[in-house]
Design a protein around this ligand. Sequence first.
Ligand code: ADP
Ligand code: ADP
Length: 231
Amino acid sequence: IDIKKATKIFKTKNNTIQAVDDVNLHIREGEIFGVIGYSGAGKSTLIRMLNGLEQPSSGEVVIGDDIISAMGRADLLKKRQKVSMIFQHFNLLWSRTVAENISFPLEIAGIPKKERARRVAELVDLVGLTGREDNYPSQLSGGQKQRVGIARALSNRPEVLLCDEATSALDPETTDEVLDLLVKIRDEMDLTIVLITHEMHVIRKICDRAAVMENGRVVETGPVIKLFQNP
Ligand code: ADP
Ligand code: ADP
């Protein structure tokens, strides 16, 4: 993943906000890369550029051979199967079961019913929700809801998983379980993970490298052991 001189300016009625300011980042295949910073630093805007939910005002975002920042809507929708995302508040479909939530992106992608059922069973097992297939999200704990979010995000076998404050709504113990799961799927599925967080613990626990954002800018970047070794 290459982010080159990316800038994002939001113009509202009364003011202009530079949410992302001349950011350059290279994220390696297979790593877990963290972006940390206070609320309003620009993390969410930056990560949303990676799947085209936001387009940069200037600069370029490249994943593999694809210039995300130059893609049209139809191509982006397709690309989102390979660059999927999980969210702080899970964004599940509340009137559908666990199995139906996980199956939903596969339906949209036109995968036949039999193959969908096979993949759903595999994913339910991977995220540790066997026996919960027919539950509705309201019947699950926060950690279990995020496991559904993760399984759904993995259903189309993505190359990149984006995590937007994915553990921020969870208690510390559940956070660690979900983080362990992210490491497991990175190892087993050849995945690159980019996560944003305001919690140092998340960065220390699972990230290989990280960037620190302040006021739209990346002010530091490097291996986590080097970045945060000083007290
Ligand atoms: P973070 O994820 O680090 O909390 P954000 O990327 O959400 O930061 O926001 C960065 C800045 O951009 C904030 O000042 C925020 O208010 C502003 N911003 C984000 N999205 C929009 C938008 N759609 N319109 C206007 N301003 C926005
Ligand atoms: P917030 O700014 O509150 O963090 P989100 O980033 O969670 O909001 O999502 C904003 C909206 O965009 C939601 O309605 C969500 O369902 C939709 N959305 C986010 N990511 C994707 C995606 N990869 N594909 C399709 N829709 C998405």
